[in-house]
Design a protein around this ligand. Structure first.
Ligand code: MGD
Ligand code: MGD
Ligand code: SF4
Ligand code: MO
Length: 883
């Protein structure tokens, strides 16, 4: 209970793998109030901007409310029978391997368990892979090589207790903000040093003692140098050498690598090595800059080698730490969601493992070989080998590499089912059958976060329309395919019990994942389950693994893996002279189907952009706010130019969030070819050779509208605004009749049009309204539009003439793009405060404007602004000394 007298329900955030606990309460107006759970061990009450905005994303907007088949609404009965019949028919006619599931690290463990059991045990194929292939696969493979199982050794407490935190290919400040805050708290408390290894300067560099902007893909060379130095300086831990195999070969290969491959200066490298070697309590956090690489698995092992050599693993404040991306990325690995795994870290190819699982499930057949990994899976779809495909909780037409090819493959698949919250995703739009899923806040189950803590997600809202939980849909299909008993689940607790029971197999085979203690948890205890870190029974040291030198290879020893630097597979050329790096924005989640519903979150970075270094900008003759066309060997896209020294010359960076629904020309995976790591099968998403040139736009536009629109323009990008949508547009060809074009785009044939045209400057402005209600406003110009778009995006209730003047009323100044989403404080407001009030620190800004004082996610950006603008003020005062 809180002050309102309404009960609060404990749950877990829908987004990242930090797995923050939340307290949820109906706000009395049909919505949801969200606050951090002070008792959850991941966050102790803290939430980032995305977690805090969860309440804004649970409405009915865009929800799919009924099953649909071939474009028509249909009943659950028909839809489920259709799915069961088509999968059965495919298996009968073409064999088990003619069907496939493509699922997600955002599924709850119970959903995942049922999907996996259905495909691997009953349909009899291992063709179930997950978007974790694009995310965690290299770490899984690296862990298995070194430790004998996919085990994360450390815990979140290690971040509080470390003296050095190294972030390798991780923008922790934006992607795991609450963990970043734990690191910052440790820095304040004990002076923890921070090193960032990333070709790009990110928000995570804000407080870094050292930023190593290495050449993309050269992490192995850096960590091989570190291993060499560990050996040279006599820091190899003798007791760990006894507990491992392969050190000398590994060292030999490491010594052959050339540290110059990193592009870093010898001083930078030595400073890094000295700091790392000289600090016993070192945690090396790694993420997609490591995993999403054609040498991803080797990068992981290069890092693990250094921790093993020094014995800095599984003890307080030290260890390698792979942070997981999705809320249940870890749970998916435990439950065997990947095409080459079985539940509880058992291997599909191991006959004894497979037989034991088969026996446990009483399964009619089990696959003998691994199934297709994501990229190969969609290739098999392309070849017509897959006759029935079910995509659950993921949007591959946007997020798979070579996305257009994946789209074409799915379009040609004889039968495709998509389970999603909405019918409007790029993948849902091309499915034959659409199944409405219950979403976060509406369904119950468990997730496992980055430090192996299992937490409950709990339902507080009723699923809208006919939406059903994913496990329920899957179990229904299983029953209709004839496996009534095996899929007779009635609650998530029942599934969890069966799963927990199954993990006693792990112990039998000497594996780590053991939650067998929950084998007879009843409904009530499952309902009350508090966050629990596994293993719950077998050996560990304070929730950590490997501090005792015991590993999971048959001989109990760890493996050093000899690795050598390999540059990204595709090389830059005359035709494609830049390397395209891709990644995430602070306030958006992947394809924005949820986070994009929040006006607050959408105000942070409202347009797809590409970061380019000022030197390249000059060389290419680009100008501020230009649109640029980026092309690769597989596709091209259009992005707004962002000039910044954060990106090195020769590289460019674009975010992954934009889709056919929000900006069709800026779908970044349409440009990324499907090059993969040979061991993990994970795609290289961060190093695509591309060309860059200015888009020759005949006109640029900016619009706000009450309803969503999909204009026929060469470039457009739309996001949620306070009272509707805002949109940036541009076209390559002159348009003569703007009024009818605007009417068509916004579907407003009968609205009253008020317009202003200036033929000399080529600018045109039109407002479409009904009575006093403004429905859409469009500004067009030959040059990029510079007007008060953030003010306009609020669609103020003023006369069209005033709006068309492009100026705000005196009372409402334009605050610029939002930096602090909690208090809605914009970029221009902060800059003004720095200049006018001479504020010099993030805390000053917090005192004056409240910005950065709630969730803290924006503090690195505020720090950047303060530094940059204080410097400007300083320079100005030096140039114009006051009398
Ligand atoms: N706001 C937000 N948070 C998220 C998500 C989201 O969509 N939005 N998604 C979640 C998910 S699923 C995931 S997987 C995580 C991802 O979390 P992160 O991995 O932290 O995020 P990314 O932005 O994908 O990439 C991290 C960094 O890798 C760097 N990088 C690129 N190439 C190299 C290289 O060769 N070497 C090194 N060392 N670095 C390189 C990039 O410049 C980038 O800054 O975030 C999770 N959290
Ligand atoms: N170039 C490039 N590509 C990348 C990456 C990169 O860094 N660069 N990162 C990769 C990584 S790490 C990841 S994790 C992927 C993420 O890529 P995706 O998984 O494709 O992206 P999401 O937007 O998270 O898709 C989740 C879908 O599930 C739906 N959904 C939400 N809740 C539910 C539910 O309860 N049930 C069901 N059935 N559906 C639901 C949402 O509406 C949405 O359509 O992208 C990968 N692609
Ligand atoms: S860090 Fe933010 S997005 Fe991640 S779980 Fe916590 S509140 Fe959610
Ligand atoms: Mo991910």
């Amino acid at each position: 209970m809180d002050g309102t007298g309404l009960p609060e329900v404990r749950s877990t955030c829908a987004y990242c793998g930090v797995g923050c606990g939340v307290l949820l309460r109906h706000d009395g107006a049909g919505g949801l109030a969200v606050r951090g759970d002070p008792d959850h061990p991941a966050n102790y009450g803290r939430l980032c901007s995305k977690g805090l905005a969860l309440g804004e994303t649970v409405g009915l907007e865009k929800r799919l409310l009924n099953p649909r088949a071939f474009g028509q609404d249909t009943s659950w009965d028909n839809a489920l029978q259709l799915v069961a019949d088509r999968f059965s028919a495919a298996i009968d006619e073409h064999g088990s391997d003619s069907v496939a599931f493509y699922v997600s690290g955002q599924l709850l463990t119970e959903d995942y368990y049922v999907a996996n059991k259905l495909m691997k045990g009953f349909m009899g194929s291992a063709n179930i892979d997950t978007n974790s292939r694009l995310c965690m696969a290299s770490t899984v493979a690296g862990h298995k090589r070194a430790f004998g199982t996919d085990t994360v050794p450390g815990t979140y407490e290690d971040l509080d207790q470390a003296d050095l935190v190294v972030l390798v290919g991780s923008n922790l400040a934006w992607c795991h903000p609450v963990l970043y805050q734990r690191v910052i708290a440790a820095r304040q408390a004990r002076g923890t040093k921070i090193v960032v290894v990333d070709p790009r300067r990110t928000a995570s560099c804000d407080q870094a003692d050292l930023h190593l902007a290495l050449q993309p893909g050269s992490d192995v060379a850096l960590f091989n140098r570190l291993l060499t130095r560990i050996h040279q300086t006599g820091h190899v831990a003798a007791d760990f050498l006894d507990r491992s195999v392969g050190f000398s070969e590994t060292l030999e290969l490491a010594q052959l690598d050339d540290p110059d491959e990193t592009g870093l200066s010898p001083d930078e490298i030595e400073a890094f090595c000295d700091l790392w070697i000289g600090t016993e309590r070192v945690v090396t956090i790694f993420s997609q800059g490591v995993n999403q690489s054609s040498s991803g698995t080797d990068k992981v092992n290069a890092i693990l080698n250094c921790h093993l050599a020094t014995g800095r693993i599984g003890r307080a404040g030290m260890g390698p730490f792979s942070v997981t991306g999705q809320p249940n990325a870890m749970g998916g690995r435990e439950v065997g969601g990947l095409a080459n795994m079985l539940a509880c870290h058992l291997d599909i190819e191991n006959e004894t493992h497979s037989a034991a699982v088969r026996e446990f499930w009483k399964a009619p057949k089990m696959p003998k070989k691994p199934g297709f990994k994501a990229v190969d899976l969609f290739r098999a779809v392309e070849r017509g080998q897959i006759k029935a495909l079910w995509v659950i909780h993921t949007n591959p037409v946007v997020t798979m590499p070579d996305a257009d090819r994946v789209k074409a493959a799915i379009e040609n698949c004889p039968f495709t089912v998509v389970s999603d919250l909405t019918a409007q995703t790029d993948t849902a739009r091309i499915a034959d059958v659409l199944l409405p899923a219950a979403g976060w806040g509406e369904k119950s189950g468990t997730v496992t976060n980055s430090d192996r803590t299992i937490s409950r997600q709990r339902a507080v809202l009723t699923p809208p329309g006919q939406a059903r939980a994913d496990w329920h849909i899957l179990a229904e299909v299983g029953r209709r395919m004839g496996w009534t008993k095996a899929f007779s689940y009635e609650s998530p607790a029942q599934i969890f019990r069966e799963y927990a029971n199954m993990t006693s197999l792990a112990v039998l085979f000497g594996k780590d994942f053991d939650i067998a203690g929950f084998s007879d948890i009843d409904e009530e205890d499952y309902e009350a389950l508090s966050p629990t870190q596994w293993p719950t029974t077998s050996r560990t040291t304070d929730g950590r693994f490997f501090g005792d030198g015991q590993f999971f290879h048959p001989d109990g020893k760890a493996r050093f893996i000899p690795v050598a630097h390999r540059p990204p597979e595709a090389e830059i050329s005359e035709q494609y002279p830049f390397l395209l790096n891709t990644g995430r924005n602070r306030d958006q989640w992947h394809t924005m189907t949820r986070s994009g519903l929040s006006p607050r979150l959408s105000a942070h970075l409202a347009e797809p952009y590409v970061e380019i270094n000022p030197k390249d900008v000059d060389r290419l003759g680009l100008g501020t706010a230009d649109l640029v066309e980026i092309s690769s060997s597989v596709g091209s896209g259009i992005f707004r130019l962002r000039i910044t020294e954060a990106i090195a010359p020769g590289q460019v960076f674009a975010p992954i969030h934009w889709t056919g629904e929000t900006s069709p020309a800026a779908r970044v995976d349409a440009l990324v070819p499907s090059v993969t790591d040979p061991i993990s099968g994970q795609p290289e998403s961060k190093a695509t050779p591309v060309s860059v040139r200015r888009m020759n736009a005949a006109w640029y536009g900016f619009a706000v509208s009450v309803a969503a629109a999909s204009p026929k323009a060469d470039y457009w990008a739309t996001t949620r605004a306070a009272k509707g949508y805002r949109m940036e547009l541009a076209g390559k060809h002159v348009i003569d009749d703007w009024e009818s074009t605007a009417r068509e785009w916004f579907g407003l044939n009968n609205a009253v049009a008020t317009s202003v045209e200036d033929s000399k400057s080529g600018s045109y402005r039109i407002a479409l309204s009904e009575g006093r209600r403004l429905l859409a406003v469009l500004f067009v110009s030959r040059k990029p539009i510079t007007l008060m778009r953030d003010y306009l995006a609020t669609l103020p209730e003023v006369a069209p003439q005033q709006i068309l003047s492009g100026r705000s009323s005196a009372a409402s100044e334009d605050c610029g793009p939002i930096v602090c989403s909690c208090f809605g404080v914009g970029l221009r407001t902060i800059i003004r405060a720095v200049h006018d009030k001479r504020l010099i620190s993030v805390n000053d800004i917090g005192d004056a404007l409240k910005a950065g004082t709630n969730c803290g996610s924006c503090r690195p950006e505020i720090a950047d602004l303060v530094t940059e603008h204080s410097k400007l003020i300083h320079e100005e005062s030096e140039h114009c000394p006051q009398e």
